[in-house]
Design a protein around this ligand. Structure first.
Ligand code: RP5
Length: 170
């Protein structure tokens, strides 16, 4: 595969069950990416190193997922001007996930993190692809085809529901 343009990072191996969905959609969209663990609290020097070298090694955006006191996305955003997409994760140390959502969402002015829904790693992957697709026609075409497939799936269900009734679809 070619050089990664999207970095997917997470605070712990336990986040991989969610974060793999970002990698899977990027694979589907044929976008080179890398996946690793960077813990804001347990490997702070690794965080600084990852964020400060991300652009020079060719990344165009970073997807960062964490649970609980989820400081990883915000700290990455504080150290790079690449777009950072945050994925709040409902983890074993989460209070219903709200802790993670608010830690990632409520960034101070000047340091944005594009925050997706709780456990929304797939959308984070799609958003990262859309960031690239704004200047890459081949990726934009694949995204258009992807959006069309979403539309077709809903229309097909709607047709079935209207013709055979809802009971067959429960
Ligand atoms: C966060 O704490 C991680 O992102 C993870 O969601 C959570 C739990 O980590 P582990 O105790 O499973 O390593 O920093």
């Amino acid at each position: 595969m070619s050089k990664p343009v999207i970095g997917i990072i997470m605070g712990s191996q336990s986040d991989l069950r969610i974060m793999k969905e970002a990698a899977e959609i990027l694979e589907e969209l044929k976008i080179a990416h890398e996946v690793t663990v960077v813990s804001a609290h347990r490997t702070p020097n690794r965080l600084v190193d990852y964020a400060t070298t991300a652009r020079t090694k060719g990344l165009k955006a970073v997807i960062a997922g964490a649970g609980g006191a989820a400081h990883l996305p915000g700290m990455i955003a504080s150290l790079t001007s690449l777009p950072v997409i945050g994925v709040p994760i409902k983890s074993s140390n989460s209070i219903d996930g709200w802790d993670s959502v608010l830690s990632i969402l409520q960034m101070p002015a000047g340091v944005p993190v594009a925050t997706v829904a709780l456990d929304g790693a797939r959308n984070a992957g799609i958003l990262a692809a859309q960031i690239l697709g704004s200047s890459d026609k081949a990726i934009a075409r694949r995204l258009d085809a992807f959006k069309k497939s979403l539309q077709q799936k809903v229309e097909s269900v709607a047709r079935k529901m209207e013709s055979t009734g809802w009971r067959d679809l429960v």
